[in-house]
Unconditional design. Structure first.
Length: 285
């Protein structure tokens, strides 16, 4: 036989009756129902303490759940970008797209078209993401190619365009124009070669940033060269999401972190040389 849930009013009535019966001598003569249902100060303090204790337990847990959700969304976007890049290469004889290309009226970056005729300042440069190289392969590209954990509202963020980009960057060796030229099918160890990963860099040379006012900005390619700024961003619980050429998404731990700004920009491994990319980014393994 199913058990019917008691309404809150019935539960409170029972609680009040129990309170009155539990006190020595029962309720005083002539006491009304309102008086019998009153809580003592100690009882109210106990209830408040219990609520605060439960809140202290649940709030961090909810924060962890939200971070896990954001990491999962980022991972899904990385897989989608990996698939889109593979489709692009398949339709272009295995060739990768260039980092930038001159176009009528502006510049075609791989993440969108910039109208340079507007003369907009840094942070307000207009970018049309529907013209991105991967746009034909990803519906709603502006929403499905960005990491939700990228610090868009961070106090130390230096925007570059009027819209925030992916918060993710591509392996520099997978850009056309990088010598020697390589193709998608030339990746020697797909399971060990990063294609896309969480990215940002610390800027100290472009206003309003300066050596005394370092700012974080989104970045667009990964190189991990010793003579270049670090550009991996370990924003997911001090780890960075990365999708490999084999299609798997894995978390990278930092080898080194820049202490400036949010302290999460860094390198996943030691740079191999001043000019060459590190092992995770090398195609000819």
């Amino acid at each position: 036989m199913p058990v019917r849930a008691r309404p809150i009013s019935s539960i409170m009535k029972l609680l009040c009756e129990h309170q009155g019966a539990g006190r020595a001598g029962g309720p005083p003569a002539g006491a009304t129902g309102r008086g019998r249902c009153a809580f003592t100060l100690i009882e109210l303090l106990v209830i408040v303490a219990i609520i605060m204790l439960l809140a202290g337990i649940l709030v961090p847990s909810l924060g962890n759940v939200w971070e896990i959700t954001r990491r999962a969304i980022c991972s899904a976007h990385l897989r989608g970008m990996h698939t889109a890049l593979a489709l692009y290469c398949g339709e272009n004889s295995g060739n990768f797209f260039p980092y930038r290309q001159k176009a009528e009226g502006g510049v075609l970056w791989y993440w969108g078209f910039e109208d340079t005729g507007a003369g907009a300042p840094e942070g307000a440069r207009p970018i049309d993401q529907s013209k991105a190289r991967l746009a034909p392969y990803i519906t709603q590209i502006a929403e499905k190619t960005c990491c939700p954990s990228f610090p868009r509202d961070y106090q130390y963020l230096k925007p570059k365009f009027d819209k925030c980009g992916y918060g993710l960057a591509i392996n520099r060796m997978m850009l056309a124009g990088v010598e020697p030229r390589r193709k998608w099918d030339q990746v020697g160890q797909p399971s060990q070669t990063v294609v896309w990963a969480d990215s940002a860099q610390v800027n100290t040379w472009q206003a309003p940033a300066s050596p005394s006012n370092p700012l974080i900005e989104e970045w667009y390619y990964l190189d991990n060269c010793r003579n270049q700024p670090a550009n991996f961003h370990f924003r997911h619980a001090a780890q960075a999401n990365a999708v490999f050429a084999g299609g798997s998404v894995r978390s990278l731990k930092p080898f080194w972190l820049d202490e400036r700004c949010d302290g999460l920009v860094g390198r996943p491994e030691e740079p191999s040389s001043p000019s060459e990319v590190s092992s995770l980014l090398q195609i000819d393994k």
